[in-house]
Design a protein around this ligand. Sequence first.
Ligand SMILES: C[S@@+](CC[C@H](N)C(=O)[O-])C[C@H]1O[C@@H](n2cnc3c(N)ncnc32)[C@H](O)[C@@H]1O
Length: 317
Amino acid sequence: MDCLEGLKLLDDNSIDCCVTSPPYWGLRDYGVEKQLGLEDTPEEYVENIVKVFSEVKRVLKEDGTLWLNLGDSYSGSGKGRNPDGTVHVSSLIAKQGTSAGTVMGNVKSGIVPNGLKPKDLVGIPWRVAFALQSDGWYLRQDIIWAKPNPMPESVKDRCTKSHEYIFLLTKSAQYYYDNEAIRETAKNANKTISLGEKSFSKRQAKGVGVEPSGNGKSDNYTVKEYRNKRSVWTVATKPFKGAHFAVFPPALIEPCILAGCREGGIVLDPFMGSGTTGLVAKQQNKNYIGFEMNSKYCDIANKRISEHHEQLKIVGD
Ligand SMILES: C[S@@+](CC[C@H](N)C(=O)[O-])C[C@H]1O[C@@H](n2cnc3c(N)ncnc32)[C@H](O)[C@@H]1O
């Protein structure tokens, strides 16, 4: 069902964490009426997104988190075509750096949105982030999803786009965030470093990354084994057989659910698609609720998640 309708069925303060990727503006036709993403202007798109996430805010627990994946797009020339020859939805907008399959329909063509020039970067992720901030969300972090295997582009007057955003937004200033669950192994873990070596200073030694070696009386420090997770996440896109659109690589959202949801908690995805959020939640012993308008994608999601249960049963036997 339409997530806006579905969210109304959920109780206030009942969800631990929301991990989602809404349709990007103007990029694809998901083949259903009332779908989000086909608005005529970025402003209308942002308005609709804010409406959905205002409901998400209501259903999130006070200490809940929202991990929102968005990619950007360019104002188009009106000439776009898909690799399969169909006219690109984003004759309206030139498609950008997603793990896209084919675009599934013809929508609008030749429009350059009001206030933009052909070739302008639309800036959708930040427009959405600021609008959500104005709507009361705490904008806590812009995580960069760096793709080692970006979509090839034939451009010669700018870099090939190889990143998207994951915004971490929260309902309150204090929130559930298990940083230890997603900590990284430090670069020089367990190595000893002395004051003065490689211009390592007392000031740096006060930082969190080292601790005094031995009895603490020497100038030697040991680099701690782990460090706080960094904000650039390098994860390759993985095409998912059966879905003709951008699917989360599970590795991308594993840290979001590890850090954002307690064991046994509930993860929400209002734009469930092929069900990656549900699958990863289940893999981590957490529950999920998802909404999806296109019943074919619901079937894909159900099959994918039940296959995971089957595998668990086989391992259990
Ligand atoms: C980018 S895809 C999500 C992909 C998903 N993260 C995955 O891993 O498979 C966005 C999905 O939102 C769905 N959608 C669009 N508008 C919707 C709405 N108003 N309510 C619920 N789902 C919607 C589309 O059908 C599409 O499957």
